[in-house]
Ligand binder design. Structure first.
Ligand SMILES: [Zn+2]
Ligand SMILES: [Zn+2]
Length: 363
């Protein structure tokens, strides 16, 4: 492809060997050229960083919704509308009775995109950060980490400019989830936790929240300044290093029996998701890194291709052998461990990850 990330120096046109350490959207041949071009570039720099963040967040959000549509883990017994809320009544949680774990998202229930979004996001606030971790890393690396590692030592010495961003996971409790409420089989449970990505750009007095579920479910913007986001959230619960949710979900997946099953299946689905990304890469001859720097029109086209590839790769997941095999294996385990009822397994599932999670926080 002739387009792609900038390769020639914005100042002199020579071969660019590193990119702007703040926005990463322009290239330079030498720190002297960066210095010389600073006054020209200064005004655009922040806007370009915003643009990169918006692209990453928007792609992440769209990919998350496709993932959730195909890995819909809530077993729906009934869906109803009460005032301005959608109430989803969960079915019995026993796979050996229902024989199903993941469900195709019932689009027919919801007319409005906002409602679909709300239900897909509800009860799965940790999904995007955990399952779409690798996907994000590859986009984010393009925007931040890639340029940091190559230019950090050089720039700190020459210009006193240092790394662009710090990326962490933030757990927030929503002030008022706009329109989705999930009711468990036994008791009412109101969903309020959301795991989001927190980006602090050190070069600017700004920070952003990347929330593919949308603040308070259904808000269309996938990235917001922390100030704007704060209007939708009640409190900050905790901040973890990037990667924590991924480890947590993987930990859940290792729990044998019914409790770990949805997580194991989600990991299998994640492989399909990655296969879709790989296919797009092959077709487009681009990396996720490149996506962030494409000219506007090409970005829209390639993003659409990427999402279509992911969607196709995931579409038949539940019809596949892996899926059926995993369910049979789990049911067999349950049978052999008949002394441990599924209630026991639930207790185990709750205790193990919690202990493990605490250990993670300490680090
Ligand atoms: Zn130059
Ligand atoms: Zn810049």
């Amino acid at each position: 492809m002739t387009y792609s990330m900038p390769t020639s120096c914005a100042n002199c046109g020579e071969t660019g060997v590193f990119r702007c350490s703040r926005c990463t959207m322009v290239a330079y041949c030498h720190p002297n050229c960066e210095k010389a071009y600073l006054s020209v570039h200064e005004n655009d720099c922040k806007a370009l960083l915003e643009k990169a963040i918006t692209r990453i967040a928007g792609t992440w959000k769209a990919a998350f919704l496709i993932f959730r549509e195909n890995v819909y883990t809530v077993k729906t017994k009934s869906v109803s509308q009460h005032q301005n809320k959608i109430i989803v009544q969960e079915a019995d949680n026993d796979v050996s009775k229902s024989g199903e774990v993941l469900f195709r998202f019932p689009r027919s229930f919801y007319d409005r995109t906002k409602d679909q979004h709300a239900v897909l996001s509800a009860y799965a606030g940790e999904d995007p950060v955990g399952y779409l971790h690798d996907f994000l890393v590859h986009m984010i690396k393009g925007a931040f980490a890639y340029s940091i590692s190559r230019t950090l030592s050089r720039l700190t010495q020459t210009l006193g400019i240092y790394m662009t961003a710090r990326i962490r996971e933030q757990k927030v409790s929503l002030h008022d989830p706009a329109c989705a409420t999930l009711l468990g089989p036994d008791k009412q449970s109101k969903v309020s936790l959301q795991h989001v990505l927190f980006i602090q750009a050190r070069a600017f007095p700004n920070s952003w929240i990347l929330d593919p579920a949308g603040a308070a479910y259904g808000i269309d913007r996938a990235s917001m300044s922390t100030t704007a986001y704060a209007n939708f959230v009640e409190q900050r619960v905790e901040i973890n290093e990037f990667g924590t949710q991924r480890q947590l979900l993987k930990g859940y997946a290792n729990i044998p029996g019914l409790c770990g099953l949805p997580f194991r299946l989600s990991w299998l689905a994640m492989d399909r998701f990655q296969a879709g990304v790989a296919q797009w890469k092959g077709n487009a001859n681009l990396d996720l890194v490149d996506l962030i720097w494409l000219p506007d029109e090409q970005f829209v086209i390639q993003q659409r291709h990427l999402l279509a590839n992911i969607s196709t790769a995931l579409a038949d997941f539940r019809l596949g052998a892996e899926y059926r095999e995993e369910i049979s294996k789990t049911l067999l385990w349950e049978e052999r461990n008949s002394g441990k009822s599924s209630t026991m397994a639930v207790i185990t599932a709750r205790r193990c990850p919690k202990t493990w999670f605490c250990a993670l926080i300490k680090i």
